[in-house]
Write a protein of this length. Sequence first.
Length: 156
Amino acid sequence: MPRRYWLMKCEPDAYTIDELARDGQTSWEGVRNYQARNFMRDQMQVGDGVLFYASNADPSGVTGLAEVCRAGYPDASALKKGSDYHDPKSTPEAPIWFMVDIRFVERFKAIVSLETLKATPGLDAMMVTQKGSRLSVQPVTKAEFDIVARLGRRTK
């Protein structure tokens, strides 16, 4: 199966690229949007590239790169009573929510801001640059991934 590419959003008060660098890898649990769930459950595979995006940050933008290291599996947080992500309709026999694991690849020297993404040729079709796009897991093309990685690696 060909490698795919994704943008995954996380608020800095929940988890950062620095924490991913420290931990090496993490599970991406708690996603409660059906379209994002479907991407994780049905399409994300080991080896897929990830743009790690800090949302609701100052500025919001891509802070580094990660890679999917475990394909979609049931999100155990949906089963835990008291969890922020508990869903009483989800059961071990019929899970509703799924997650993936990602591993750290690279932290950018500086954030590639949303403003920069919007102003960069070749990124105008990226879902994250579209008005009203709030999906926390989004597909990106290889070309978009490569452009953002190049932007993140440039020295200022």
